[in-house]
Design a protein around this ligand. Structure first.
Ligand code: FES
Length: 123
């Protein structure tokens, strides 16, 4: 049901946990299953210098949290907010269709974190 990459990111999650320093956090929840995800970003200039996450969720939610940190790290905010659920699923060599909503969570969580960062900076 899951690809090797999904299993790898589930078993060896990358950048897991709340970083010691971060500038903004995006919290998203899945109303259907009740799972919750937090994406933390540390921004330097206009780039995501560090990114971490905490997720209470299924294997796909864990794997997509892990993968989005690999996709977003080092990117500008504009590049990072363009990452879609499909990009995340493709990077994991696919997700079972029933689990696609889980990767939605990671992309939305990152967008929320970027949105919150911008609000903070504009103040
Ligand atoms: Fe809840 Fe996957 S089942 S996020």
């Amino acid at each position: 049901m899951y690809t090797q990459k999904v299993i790898d990111h589930f078993m060896n999650p990358r950048n897991k946990g709340k970083p010691r320093e971060y500038d903004a956090v995006g919290k998203v929840g899945n109303p259907i299953c009740g799972d919750v995800m937090y994406i933390y970003i540390k921004v330097n200039g206009n780039r995501i210098e560090n990114i971490g996450w905490e997720t209470m969720g299924c294997a796909a939610a864990i794997s997509t949290s892990s993968m989005i940190t690999e996709l977003a790290r080092g990117k500008t905010l504009e590049e990072a907010e363009k990452i879609t659920k499909k990009d995340i699923a493709d990077a994991l060599d696919g997700l079972p269709p029933i689990k696609m909503h889980c990767s939605n969570l990671a992309a939305d969580g990152l967008k929320k974190a970027i949105e919150n960062y911008r609000k903070k900076v504009e103040k």
